[in-house]
Design a protein around this ligand. Structure first.
Ligand code: G3H
Ligand code: ZN
Length: 288
């Protein structure tokens, strides 16, 4: 089985990105797997601490392992936005491929110190796990937001990024480059799209020369996605768009069969809705 590092190396060389999609139930998970298999593309699936609390850490790992074993498929599991060393260790022990230690809410020096501790703890359990860290504030929730969260919009500088990477030796960096977690209502309706600072992405990539992840992908301008990927983003995270699709699929499934009580008969519409979003994002992220 190819490793995540190998898949990222290939994507970086080809100037494409690997799609990372969050899930917290079997409908979304199966939708992501079905979309990736249709397109024959490697895929990352991730769970935040809240999502992991709902599914179970080992249960999520078992789902991914089952797909790998059954289809020999390049699907990789990420412990998204992990805030404590204990939770990072639990994910490492469960067999996650990547762990994001998210100290982005901490002062810069404290983020460096905590990230170094997390890397040491994770790599002592399994040195093959890739560790990602975040710098800069891009908000924290994959939700429909009333307004842009306070502090969002300040860009990571190439110097900060270089200093952070040199001090921590982290494998993957997630900087703030105009991106934001979640969507404004205007983005849900498609009137407004998130815009990225492409020049800054290229400058940070040149300064750090490690893999970079674009968080907060939902509602981003398509052309900015393409340029961000060409300029150095090798992983792209999307969550809110999937959550919106899941919800409208569940509502449609319930409305179509008001007396139905079998979950698998209701949730088929949610699988289809999430699969459509994942397919279109994978198509975009893999285009050359
Ligand atoms: O880690 C998860 C993501 O960065 C998702 O952000 O909900 O804005 O797509 P999003
Ligand atoms: Zn994120």
């Amino acid at each position: 089985m190819t490793s995540l590092r190998e898949v990222l190396n290939r994507a970086e060389a080809d100037k494409v990105a690997v799609g990372h999609f969050n899930f917290s139930d079997l409908a979304a998970f199966n939708a992501i797997v079905a979309a990736a298999r249709d397109k024959r593309l490697p895929v990352m699936v991730g769970l935040s601490e809240g999502e992991r609390e709902f599914t179970g850490v080992r249960q999520a790992a078992a789902l991914v392992k089952a797909v790998r074993d059954e289809y020999d498929y390049p699907i990789f599991l990420n412990a998204d936005h992990t805030h404590s060393i204990a939770n990072a260790e639990a994910a490492a022990k469960a067999g996650f491929d990547e762990i994001i230690f998210d100290g982005s809410a901490l002062p810069f020096e404290e983020n460096i110190a905590q990230t170094k501790k997390a890397i040491e703890a994770i790599k002592s359990i399994n040195p093959a796990i890739l560790v990602e860290a975040e710098i800069g504030w891009i908000g924290a929730s994959s939700a429909v937001l009333d307004k842009i969260p306070d502090g969002v919009g300040v860009l990571t500088t190439p110097d900060e990024a270089r200093q952070f990477v040199e001090a921590t030796l982290v494998d993957v960096l997630a900087p703030a480059v105009g991106n934001m977690h979640g969507m404004l209502a205007s983005m849900v309706h498609g009137n407004v799209r998130k815009r990225l600072n492409i020049e800054r992405i290229a400058e940070i990539k040149a300064a750090v020369r490690i893999f970079m992840t674009l968080h907060g992908g939902s509602g981003t301008n398509d052309d900015d996605f393409r340029k961000a990927i060409k300029s150095g983003m090798t992983i792209v995270h999307v969550n809110t768009e999937l959550r919106l699709a899941w919800r409208s699929g569940v509502e449609a499934g319930l409305a179509a069969a008001p007396n139905e009580v079998a979950p698998y008969k209701i949730l088929g519409a949610a699988v289809a809705a999430v699969k459509e979003v994942v397919s279109s994002r994978l198509e975009l992220f893999s285009s050359r």
